[in-house]
Write a protein that binds this ligand. Structure first.
Ligand code: NAD
Length: 483
């Protein structure tokens, strides 16, 4: 049984639970205890009490030391976290090792560094009448922060929010995805063992509407919501907190373009595009689903990318040859397959895959899917307008730089873009013209944790990362002293 963690203790299950299904073979992985509204309110009250108690009186050096201890303890239990993350998501163990858990460790260390170095400017005010005053701002924690995260990179995205929230002295109530409840609970043990007082980190399990997610954002006791997930859920959360005017930080969906110019280093572009389309079975908010390729190299890019897609190895997470896991659930696979089928109906040419693979033995019960690449679609088609969140992309040719920029920006989303060119000026120029929060040139998903992360339009509100996170997780109080 995977349990809720409230006020420093695992809550005794009281009947309501659901079964977490393995995406690898469809077997029951665990029962998960669903938090009711009462338990969610108890978690929020415990967080408030922690803020009013010893946790609220901690100093920055004490909190940075705690974050570093948490990173060390996470490393000591590294393989346990890897196994849990892989079992919930079906992703290859090696990927959980190299990306998910390693980034979680880095999140704690990086935000310990950031908060230790943080400061705010002070101002000496000099008025015409001769009065002078000193203005300085003290950073206070935002308060009780609701942290709601999705299933695609569960621990990475959770710690991306929990580490800065705790570094700034907040108390958190975490609602992991119903698909990936495990690592948030392991993290509770790590934080407790690192010395975090009871109530500063709470976990409530459940779904969105009518369940723990909704109960949490409706609670009068929360001071803000940091959320990563779909744009539609972000809109619901915004509406739920609007009557109480709480701040939100939203990292939402993407429909990310890649723009490949004919002068690109195609070897490196194909490597990068393969990762950006198919990483984590296409289930990364930053993944490329729209690929604009300059006409002289269009056929070559399409063929070479299709070849790389054919080389992906679907298989068990513990098989070192496996490159690609299943989708998170049968429900999500049904959604992705609807886009696949509709592409055929629209007359797209499917260059590779596009169906359900036949998997051996018990794997036949998992939510496996083939990658898909299409040509022959246009920006008006649903495959280029809606986030699919699967291992697929549509390729569209372009002739001029202006046309490429117009095509890439023709979307309601605005999370990330990548530009592939050996022309230095063009790389900068086009990257800056992308209407996104993050643009890469000749790379993808290369991240410095101090740089701003977030999107525009349907892709989100606000930026997190380094000092940008501190802007959300703290409230500056200005003090003006007449001299
Ligand atoms: P989702 O929006 O369905 O769910 C995310 C979380 O919100 C889950 O924990 C869910 O239980 C909860 N939730 C759902 N409805 C809620 C409600 N009404 N009130 C409160 N909580 C609610 O998203 P998902 O399917 O879990 O994840 C995939 C989505 O996440 C994709 O759209 C992807 O682009 C996005 N994502 C964005 C980023 C980013 O940084 N921009 C990163 C990863 C994933």
């Amino acid at each position: 049984m995977i349990r809720n963690f409230v006020d420093g203790e695992f809550a005794e299950p009281d009947g309501r639970c659901w079964q977490k299904i393995s995406p690898v073979d469809g077997s029951v992985r665990a029962d998960v205890h669903e938090a009711d509204r009462d338990l969610v309110e108890r978690a929020v009250a415990a967080a408030r009490a922690a803020l009013d108690g010893a946790w609220g009186r901690t100093t920055v050096p004490q909190r940075t030391a705690l974050l570093r201890r948490a990173a060390d303890l996470l490393e000591e239990r590294y393989e346990e976290f890897v196994a849990a993350e892989s079992a919930d998501t079906g992703k290859p163990l090696q990927q959980a090792r190299d990306l998910d858990v390693s980034r979680a460790v880095a999140n704690f260390r990086s935000f310990a560094d950031t908060v230790a170095a943080a400061g705010l400017p002070s101002y000496l005010t000099e008025l015409p009448d001769g009065r002078r005053a000193l203005n300085y701002a003290a950073r206070k924690p935002l308060g009780v922060v609701a942290v709601i995260v999705p299933w695609n990179l569960p621990l990475l995205l959770l710690t991306w929010k929990v580490a800065p929230a705790l570094a700034c002295g907040n108390a958190v109530v975490v609602k992991p995805s119903e698909e990936t409840p495990s690592t948030a609970v392991l993290l509770a043990e790590v934080l407790r063992d690192a010395g975090l007082p009871a109530g500063a980190y709470n976990v409530v399990h459940g779904f969105g509407p009518g369940s723990a997610g909704q109960f949490l954002v409706e609670s009068r006791g929360i001071d803000g919501v940091t959320f990563t997930g779909s744009s539609a859920t972000g809109a619901s959360i915004m509406a739920a907190v609007a009557p109480r005017v709480r701040p939100v930080s939203f990292e939402l969906g993407g429909k990310n373009p890649a723009v490949v110019f004919a002068d690109a280093d195609l070897d490196s572009a194909i490597d990068g595009l393969t990762r950006s389309v198919f990483a984590n079975t296409g289930q990364v908010c930053l993944c490329t689903e729209r690929l604009y390729v300059q006409r002289p190299v269009f056929d070559e890019v399409a063929e070479r990318l299709a070849e790389r897609a054919r080389g992906l190895r679907l298989g068990r997470p513990d098989d070192p040859e496996t490159t690609t896991g299943p989708l998170i659930s049968q429900e999500h696979r049904d959604k992705v397959l609807r886009y696949y089928r509709l592409a055929e109906e629209l007359g797209a040419k499917t260059l590779v895959g596009g169906g359900v693979p036949s998997m051996p033995g018990d794997l036949a019960g998992g939510s496996w899917i083939e990658p898909a690449l299409w040509t022959g679609l246009t920006n008006a088609d649903v495959q280029l307008r809606e986030e699919i969140f699967g291992p697929c992309a549509a390729l569209i040719p372009f002739d001029t730089e202006d046309e490429a920029v117009a095509l890439a920006n023709d979307t309601e989303y605005g999370l990330a873009a990548s530009v592939w060119t050996t022309d230095l000026s063009r790389g900068h120029r086009v990257a800056q013209r992308m209407r996104v929060g993050m643009a890469w040139v000749n790379t993808w998903f290369l991240r410095d944790l101090r740089s701003p992360f977030g999107g525009v339009g349907l892709s989100g509100i606000g930026r997190e990362g380094g000092d940008h996170s501190l802007d959300f997780y703290t409230q500056p109080t200005n003090v003006c002293v007449q001299l």
